[in-house]
Design a protein around this ligand. Structure first.
Ligand SMILES: [Zn+2]
Length: 494
């Protein structure tokens, strides 16, 4: 039996300033054939889970076709969408016939061509392969899942941890379900419940209340006879699309009524928790003062508004500007500033520089910040994380990077590519030891947690502005559903 793997993974932030152009996808790498295997086989990402389950099955031929993933940013351009989708469809057609196709998607891809790009690739794949070929769709927990995705897939599996540490396991299970389908042991039937509910990004940690309560209930429902899979899907509030919001997905063995009952049970429970799923972040000034007065270090400040893995620029200076106003130093932060890196790296280690950094990519992430200091290291910005990290990826590339120790006691890592904060090696590879810092500013809400919870004496989630701010009232939505909780607090649903 022949099984294809293809996909383009993107979490599109409708409010981010940088569009996901075809050039960006090509820079990130559009992989074909065995290059996909080489890149992901040893990782803990989705494709590794699929390969992990299927590679020892003697009657299965796995054929990776084309795969790409791009850091979250603005929506895909028409050109990028058409290229990625036509490559997938072309290869499915040329290299077929197939018994099954895996679509390794993210689930929050928005394009200037389609508001539901994930639904579109599922539907067009279905139209191409016909009703008898199995389609398995693997998605991120931040997916905004449409009914179109579910209607055109036989199996949809979604990560159930945030930070995402179970990508491998969920993909492995989806491949296991596929095998059972191919061997005629099960007939999957799915239902997706779509209450008008958005969970605030601050409340999406799966080891925090109340998400733990929902997942506990989902695990109980999953044990019912005939239930094959249950997914709680958090949704991604920065995609301005009709399907934006939480969804609840159940797959049963040939029992559509049971699938509906299970999905709706969890959905009703989530609705009852809607006030707890709403959240407010801490004022940057309050957090800075408390961090500065702390007796134990490092204190880690999460810059929620500049979450690179939610599509922002990675060059926000709001926390730095606030710290200067308050006279607080002893901060360490990474800042995306390719122009300054290119300008001063030729000066070499030990050079004293006087530059304006960050706050340049758009008008949403603050003004450039003035620093004077000494370059302490210059690196290629590449590091490989072997410990469990968000998404299960191994290899990171922040581009040519340099560390600067400022005259007033801050440490900066200037990068040539937008850099998230998944790994302590980001700083360590540049000679900056996180354990020696007083205050570390990281970018993100959940993705930095596996790395930083292990060393932080205290963590604050900041109410910073930016394209991923926790305060959704800052955004002008055009396509979301109305009413939708918490935008319309009086939303009724049953
Ligand atoms: Zn995610």
């Amino acid at each position: 039996m022949r099984v294809a793997i293809a996909g383009f993974q993107h979490e599109s932030n409708s409010f981010a300033s940088t569009p996901a152009t075809l050039d960006k996808w090509k820079e990130a790498g559009i992989l074909y054939g065995d290059d996909i295997r080489r890149e992901y086989e040893d990782s803990r990402a989705t494709i590794a889970g699929i390969l992990g389950r299927l590679r020892d099955e003697k009657d299965i031929e796995i054929v990776p076709l084309v795969f790409s993933r791009l850091t979250p940013m603005g929506p895909l351009t028409v050109e990028a969408t058409e290229f990625l989708m036509s490559e997938i469809l072309r290869l499915i057609e040329e290299e077929g016939p197939w018994d099954a196709v895996f679509l390794a998607q993210h689930g929050a891809a928005v394009s200037d061509k389609y508001l539901d790009a994930d639904g579109e690739i599922a539907e067009q794949t279905r139209q191409l392969v016909g009703p008898d070929v199995l389609i398995v769709t693997n998605l991120d927990m931040h997916a905004n899942i449409s009914k179109k995705v579910v209607a055109n897939s036989d199996i949809v599996k979604v990560y159930q941890t945030n930070p995402h540490l179970d990508t491998y396991e969920r993909a492995y299970e989806s491949a296991d379900l596929l095998l059972k389908c191919l061997r005629k042991e099960i007939v999957p039937t799915s239902f997706i419940a779509t209450p008008p509910l958005v969970a605030n990004i601050l409340k999406q940690g799966t080891s925090d209340p109340v998400m733990t309560d929902l997942l506990t209930m989902a695990a109980q429902e999953a044990k019912r006879p005939g239930v094959l899979s249950v997914s709680v899907v958090e949704g991604y509030p920065y995609s301005d699309v009709p399907q934006m919001g939480m969804t609840f997905l159940a797959i049963t063995n040939n029992d559509p009524a049971l699938a509906q009952e299970v999905a709706e049970n969890i959905s009703r429970y989530a609705w009852s928790l809607r006030e707890e799923l709403n959240g407010v972040a801490t004022s940057t000034e309050v957090a800075l003062v408390e961090a500065s007065n702390s007796m134990e270090f490092p204190v880690v400040l999460f810059d929620v508004g500049d979450n690179v893995y939610a599509g922002t620029t990675g060059d926000s200076t709001f926390v730095l500007q606030a710290s200067r106003k308050l006279g607080i130093t002893g901060l360490m932060q990474a800042i995306y500033d390719p122009t300054i890196v290119a300008e001063i790296s030729p000066l070499g280690i030990g050079a004293h520089v006087d530059v304006m950094v960050g706050g340049k990519m758009d008008d949403m992430h603050g003004e450039p910040f003035h620093i004077k200091g000494v370059i302490t290291s210059i690196t290629d910005g590449k590091y490989a994380e072997t410990k469990p990290s968000h998404g299960g990826f191994l290899n990171y590339d922040d581009g040519l990077s340099l560390a600067i120790a400022t005259d007033d006691g801050n440490n900066f890592l200037l990068t040539s590519l937008p850099a998230g904060s998944n790994s302590l090696l980001q700083f360590r590879s540049a000679g900056l030891e996180p354990l020696d810092q007083k205050i570390i500013v990281v970018k993100g809400v959940h993705s930095p947690r596996p790395a930083y919870e292990s060393i932080a004496k205290k963590i604050y989630w900041l109410s910073t502005g930016g394209a991923s701010t926790a305060d959704l009232s800052n955004f002008n939505y055009k396509h979301r559903r109305i009413p939708l909780y918490p935008f319309e607090l009086t939303t009724e649903w049953s």
